[in-house]
Design a protein around this ligand. Sequence first.
Ligand code: CMP
Length: 475
Amino acid sequence: MATNRKSRNNIIFYLVGTAAVGLATYLYLRFFGDYTTGHYFHGLYRIPWLLLLSLLTYLAIRVVNAALFDFAFRLRKGYEAPTLVRNIFTLIAFVILFVVIFNRVYAEINLGALFTTSAIFGVIIGLALQDTLGNFFAGISLHADRPFQVGDVIAVGTQKITGVVEGVTWRAVKIRTFQNHIVLISNSNAAREAIEVCPRENLNARLVFFGTLYTDSPAKTIHIVREAIREAENVSQRITPIVRMRDLGESSIDWEVKYWLEDYAKYNDTDALVRQLIWYALRRANITFAFPTRTLHVERKAPAQLTTGPQREVTDRLSAVDIFSPLSTDEIEKLATGAVSHIFAPKEIVIRAGDEGSSMFVVHSGRVQVQVNDGGKARAVAVLGEGAFFGEMALFTGEPRTANVVTLEETEVLEIGHAAMKHLFDTNPDLAESISWTIAERRAGLQASSQQAAQASLAESAGLLASIKRFSKLG
Ligand code: CMP
């Protein structure tokens, strides 16, 4: 609205001005003009005449300028012509026409010679306009280069003066900072400094940082934070935000969230919104923000203690494992006390084929995949979920690990060592038999999946039984 009113006023002002200058020209010509010679004016009368003609020329150039840039340029390119380009056009057109008019009014003076021979004039002009000309040419090169456009966010120089570009004039690049201040950076400075450009049409990214305690699960943090912010206002839906560990800090896991913005000029608000959403999401998920702390760990001599997870849950988990079903409550509790909990990230290797192994594992939470090497490629043989066990083959037979066991998601496993198992065999002779059956079945599974022709024979569990018994008699 305001711009409309302003341009209407401009047009009225222009029309009135043109009418006034036109009238003045007409009257001057009418009353002082000398029609007897080819030249209308002589002597001092020529000066106002030159001025009036120059004014008329200027007004005519303004019309052409408006027609060219306000209509033709906008129609063709779809955006407003840069002020600098318009000004250069006006200046060049005016200088050319002025020289033509001057030559007509003062036919006896050779303007070209005046300019080219006057070295002193050149030096004076050069020195006086040194900075202005520097800015002017830097402005032209900025326009030719088009490193940024009106509406882009730029950060200039080492001071990182940041704001939205409002325009490039003769003298300076004009930016509006996020405190709504106007900053003018002279064109020559802008041309010298490094400029970081975040184009309006580009998906620009931001980083937001936070820290969590070492006791909180990284996989859970990644999931919770990503889901919390991915649909936030002004966060682009086209690229999923990335949550990643930036550092293992002194008293926190340091995280960074990378997200892309629809409108980069609003990054302060969006950063704030993202931080707020992270706070609420972590609060709901019981994940704690870290702050500088020092934790004093007093280590008590208690062999093989559980590192995480309440004892009760571990006991419940082990009593639900089928091979441990013959065990008494007491024995299960002993086994639970001796078990060591380990937590793994998704896609981590828990057991590597070919390694030596002297313990077995029960999946407490999450899932693992048993994989064999098939011609250089990993092929899945089985997926084991909560309550399943693995690693028993190497433990009881003394042979190397038969397969890779890899986590499919964040997984907690309970490791049961050689000593704890050996103790159980003394009181539960049936245990050896049930384990030997499992091992035989799994071996059969391994052979069948590796396409070996040999039929798996459950009868080999007899041989296994013998080696398991040997295990139970060992040391
Ligand atoms: P181990 O050989 O010690 O290490 C790899 C483990 O993968 C192995 O013990 C078994 O516990 C497990 N495993 C091997 N083959 C299979 C199978 N066919 N089904 C389920 N688990 C298996």
